[in-house]
Design a protein around this ligand. Structure first.
Ligand code: ATP
Length: 503
C-alpha cells in the first residue's frame, strides 16, 4: 500500500534544525564555545511550545484521571537507589569502536540499522530474525557473539566503510558527581538516568498522604541524564533531557489489562495532538530490560525513520521489591477489596507497575517535524500570476507558542491604540504579540514561521464598527468578526479541550 506523501515527510532534518535555530526554538548549548555535544537549549518560542506540551501531558494524566497524582522528585537520590534499580550493574550499552575511523558506535544500533535495511529491501523476515538474534545474544550478555554477528552480517562503519572493529564492551550510561562536601570518600551521587525511581521510592509517601487506592498512578516530569555513546539526530538523543513518566500501581494479575489500556491511551494522546496514525506504530521490544515483563515502544516516523518516542513497560514488582530488600522498608499495600474466589480481602502485597514514559524532547521534535510545512502559493491571475514558497508551522493551536498576533494596519489614525486595547483586553487569556513594523504580508510570514494560528488586523473599518479581520495560518483565509467575539473564538481553538475530547 502506498502511503500519502505530506510536505512534512519530504522535509529534511537539517531544514528543521536550521528553522528551529533561526526562529528561536532550539539552540546548541554553549554555542559560542563551539557547543557541548548532545546538549541543547530551548529558545523563546521553543520553551513555550515545550511547556505547552508538558502541560498538556500533565493535565491529560492528572486532571483527566481521578486516580493519577503528581510529584516532583529531586534529581539527586541516595546512591543505593541505583543499586536497587539495577542501573549500577546493568544500565549499559554495548559499544564498539572502529579502528580506522576511530568512531564509536552502539553495537545494537548498527545491527538494528542493518535489520532496517533488510526491511526496506523487502525482506522484513530477515530483518526480524536479525534483531531477534541480537536480542538473544544481549540477554545472554554474549558480547563476543554480538561482535561475530556484526562480522557475519558484513556491517561496516557507516562513515569510512571499514570493517575493522574492536571487541564489543559494555559502557555504563550514568553520570556521577561528588556526593559529600565534607567526606571526600563519600560514594558518588548519580544524576538520575530516569525519573521513575523518584516515583518508586515515594510510593508509600504518596499513597498514604493522598489516600490513594489501587489502582492508581503517580506522574512526574523532570530532567534525566545519560552519557549516550552516540548522540546524533539533534534533540532526539541528548545527554540531558526531560522525561514525562507515569507509574501505575496495580493488583498483581491485572497488569495485562492495564498494559493494554495504557498502550491504547498513549497512542490516542499522540493522535489527538495531530500526529497522523500512519506515522505512528507500536514496536515490541526484542530485548526486554532487566525489569520488564512486557515492553512496547510507540514510534513516530521522524525524517530519519521510525524511532521510539515513548515506552510502555510492564515492570511487575521488580522495582518496589528491590527497594524493599535494600532499604529494609516494606513497600506493601493493604488491599481490603474482597477477592471473589476466596471471599477474603486481597490483603498485603507489593503492587505491580505499568509505566508510560515519553521524552518531552522527542515529543517536541515529532511535533515540530509534523508541523513543518512548505508549500507553493500561486497569486494573481493570467500574466500577473506569480508563485512563491511559503514555510509555516502547522502546530496544533493548543500548543502554539503565541496564540494570536495583533497588527495595526498602519501606525496612525488611532489603529495602534485600538490594537493595544485588544491586547490589554485579551492578555489575561492568551499569549499575544503586537506587531506594527513592515508590510502586512511580511508580518503574516513572520507569524507563519513560528506557527501563530491567528493574526488579527486592525484597519480603517475597525475604527468605525469595532470589527477586525482574523487571518488563519493554515488556509490564509480571512474572516471579519466583532472584537467582542475574539475571546470566545480564539479560546475555543486553543483550548486543551480540543485535544482532551479526542482521548
Ligand atoms: P533509546 O532506545 O532510544 O535509547 P530507551 O529505550 O533507552 O531509548 P527509555 O529508557 O524507555 O528509553 O526512556 C523513555 C523515554 O525517554 C524514551 O522513549 C525517549 O522518549 C526518552 N529518552 C530516552 N533517552 C533519551 C535521550 N538520550 N534523549 C532524549 N530523550 C530520551
Amino acid at each position: 500500500m502506498s502511503k500519502p506523501t505530506t510536505p512534512a515527510e519530504s522535509a529534511q532534518l537539517k531544514d528543521i534544525v536550521a528553522h528551529a535555530k533561526e526562529y528561536g526554538f532550539v539552540f546548541q548549548s554553549s554555542e559560542i564555545y563551539d557547543g557541548l555535544a548532545a546538549v541543547y537549549d530551548y529558545g523563546p518560542n521553543g520553551v513555550e511550545l515545550k511547556n505547552n506540551l508538558k502541560r498538556l501531558w500533565w493535565e491529560a494524566m492528572t486532571q483527566l484521571h481521578g486516580n493519577v497524582v503528581g510529584i516532583d522528585a529531586a534529581i539527586f537520590m541516595d546512591p543505593r537507589t541505583w543499586e536497587a534499580s539495577g542501573h549500577v550493574a546493568g544500565f549499559n550499552d554495548p559499544l564498539i569502536d572502529n579502528l580506522d575511523s576511530k568512531k564509536r558506535y552502539r553495537a545494537d544500533v548498527l545491527i538494528e540499522e542493518k535489520a532496517a535495511e533488510y526491511e526496506k529491501a523487502g525482506d522484513p523476515a530477515r530483518g526480524a530474525a536479525l534483531t531477534a538474534e541480537m536480542g538473544r545474544l544481549l540477554t545472554a550478555n554474549d558480547l563476543a557473539g554480538v561482535k561475530q554477528l556484526i562480522i557475519d552480517e558484513k556491517i561496516v562503519d557507516p562513515l569510512s566503510g571499514s570493517s575493522k572493529w574492536t571487541d564489543v564492551r559494555q559502557f555504563n550510561l550514568m553520570f556521577s558527581t561528588q556526593g559529600s562536601a565534607v567526606d571526600s570518600e563519600a560514594a558518588p551521587v548519580y544524576l538520575r538516568p530516569e525519573t521513575a525511581q523518584g516515583i518508586f521510592v515515594n510510593f508509600l509517601n504518596v499513597q498514604k498522604s493522598a489516600r490513594m487506592k489501587i489502582p492508581f498512578g503517580i506522574a512526574q516530569i523532570g530532567k534525566a541524564f545519560r552519557n549516550e555513546i552516540v548522540a546524533r539526530q539533534f534533540i532526539f538523543r541528548m545527554r540531558e533531557f526531560e522525561q514525562m513518566e507515569m507509574q501505575f500501581f496495580v493488583r498483581p494479575g491485572t497488569e495485562g489489562e492495564w498494559y493494554d489500556t495504557w498502550k491504547a491511551a498513549r497512542r490516542r494522546f499522540h493522535e489527538a495532538l495531530g500526529l497522523p496514525a500512519a506515522k505512528l506504530r507500536f514496536h515490541d521490544h526484542d530485548k526486554l530490560a532487566h525489569y520488564a515483563k512486557a515492553a512496547v515502544d510507540i514510534e513516530y516516523e521522524f525524517p530519519f525513520g521510525f524511532k521510539e518516542m515513548e515506552g510502555i513497560h510492564s515492570r511487575g514488582d521488580f522495582d518496589l521489591t528491590q527497594h524493599q530488600n535494600l532499604s529494609r522498608k516494606k513497600q506493601q499495600y493493604f488491599d481490603n477489596d474482597i477477592d471473589e474466589t476466596t471471599g477474603k480481602p486481597y490483603g498485603n502485597y507489593v503492587p505491580y507497575v505499568v509505566e508510560t514514559s515519553v521524552g518531552a524532547d522527542r515529543l517536541f521534535l515529532a511535533t515540530l517535524c509534523e508541523a513543518f510545512q512548505e508549500e507553493t502559493i500561486t497569486e494573481g491571475e493570467g500574466e500577473a500570476q506569480t508563485t512563491k514558497q511559503r514555510t509555516f508551522l502547522k502546530l496544533h493551536p493548543a500548543v502554539a507558542p503565541i496564540k494570536a498576533a495583533i497588527f495595526p494596519l498602519v501606525r496612525k489614525d488611532g489603529m495602534p491604540e485600538k490594537a493595544q486595547q485588544i491586547f490589554d483586553d485579551l492578555r489575561f487569556d492568551f499569549r499575544l504579540v503586537i506587531e506594527d513594523k513592515d508590510a502586512i504580508g511580511k508580518r503574516y510570514t513572520r507569524q507563519d514561521l513560528i506557527g501563530t494560528p491567528f493574526c488579527i488586523v486592525v484597519d480603517g473599518q475597525t475604527l468605525e464598527d469595532d470589527t477586525v479581520t482574523v487571518r488563519h495560518r493554515d488556509t490564509r483565509e480571512q474572516t471579519r468578526m466583532p472584537i467582542s467575539a475574539l475571546r470566545a473564538y480564539i479560546g475555543e481553538a486553543v483550548s486543551f479541550k480540543t485535544v482532551f475530547a479526542k482521548l
